[in-house]
Ligand binder design. Structure first.
Ligand code: AVI
Length: 322
């Protein structure tokens, strides 16, 4: 496609004010309080995330890119030709460019991305570089069912691409529900290529979520700035602090915004009172072992066909089938 064709084909289901408001009121009304990490990704949040991926401390992106480049010929042989590639949370599309270039005659590419700004910028880069591939972008929250557009030329099968250990941002039941939905979307003979960050030295993991430049803290706090702007809340950005700790028992980074004092936040005619040191849980980043990953796949009816690991720092790619 040209960029113009791709924009013509764009499906726009980006979450609106009402959806965000409903999710935020529900999350703040729970004990302990929580907010969905998907709302990190507005235009500024997506830019901050890209900057995080370039920091010395945040190892997952560069490790996955190096692993992908090394094993792509092998992956291309395993998945075969004429694919429709569907990517969840496609972001900048940097990894996709490598994947599509390595595949044999890919038919179409559907990035599903919640940030409209990130989606449009990825199309600007990818469409001119891959004119033979039909671009069928979807701006949507991929945790809700999304109908994948059908390409003009029929594809041999679908390949779901879910890199970056984004699966790790979902808790047990939500992760299983997402994997089940993925199995549906994969369709007959469909496959999925999933990137997973693996358990390792907790100090290394914690450093990745507490970079010295403070980009991760700015990324986390941007959630409150976004909510103030889009749903009219009055969070005091200086009244909350970023905190990310690794739980060895649960194999995950738990990220909170911690209230720095007793304070009230107003939203939609309601008042939410925060105690000093009260946390809002805003993100999980699960790290996997073979056993913990297997435990998620099994109830979703998915199986590992092939696996590739990077060592130091440990990171994995898994090719799955239904
Ligand atoms: C997108 N996701 C996999 C990132 C992660 O590592 O959980 C988001 C992120 N949060 C803080 N730093 C990066």
């Amino acid at each position: 496609s040209t960029v113009h064709d791709a924009l013509q084909a764009l499906t726009d289901l980006t979450p609106g004010r009402q959806q965000i408001l409903t999710d935020v009121v529900a999350g703040l009304s729970r004990t302990p309080r929580q907010l969905p990490s998907k709302y990190f990704y507005d235009a500024r949040g997506s830019r901050l995330f890209e900057q995080i991926t370039q920091t010395r401390e945040y190892y997952p992106t560069r490790t996955e890119l190096a692993l992908l480049s090394r094993v792509l010929p092998d992956i291309a042989r395993s998945v075969g030709p004429h694919l429709h590639v569907v990517e969840l949370g496609s972001g900048s599309g940097r990894k996709t460019a490598l994947l599509l270039a390595a595949l044999q005659d890919p038919v179409a590419y559907t990035p599903i991305e919640i940030s409209r700004a990130a989606l449009l910028s990825s199309i600007d880069h990818l469409a001119p570089a891959l004119p033979e591939v039909e671009m069928l972008p979807v701006c949507a929250d991929f945790t809700h069912p999304v109908a994948v557009p059908l390409p003009e030329r029929e594809a041999a099968r679908r390949l779901l691409f879910f890199p970056g250990s984004t699966l790790g941002n979902f808790e047990g039941e939500d992760a299983v529900a997402l994997l089940l939905a993925m199995r549906q979307t994969m369709g007959r003979d469909g496959l999925a290529l999933v990137g997973i960050d693996l358990h390792k030295d907790p100090a290394l993991i914690e450093a990745a979520y507490n970079d010295a430049q403070g980009l991760t803290a700015a990324f986390t706090l941007n959630l409150l700035a976004r909510l103030n702007r889009e749903i009219g809340s009055d969070f005091d950005l200086d009244g909350f602090r970023h905190r990310a700790r690794y739980s060895v028992a649960r194999l995950r980074i738990e990220t909170d915004l911690v209230s720095q004092r007793a304070q009230d936040v107003h939203l939609d005619g309601r008042t939410f009172h925060f105690e000093a040191n009260e946390p809002i849980r805003v993100e999980y980043s699960h790290k996997y072992t073979d056993d913990s990953f297997e435990a998620l796949l099994q109830p979703a009816g998915l199986q590992v066909m092939q696996r590739w690991d990077a060592e130091g720092p440990a990171y994995g790619l898994r090719l799955l089938r239904g």
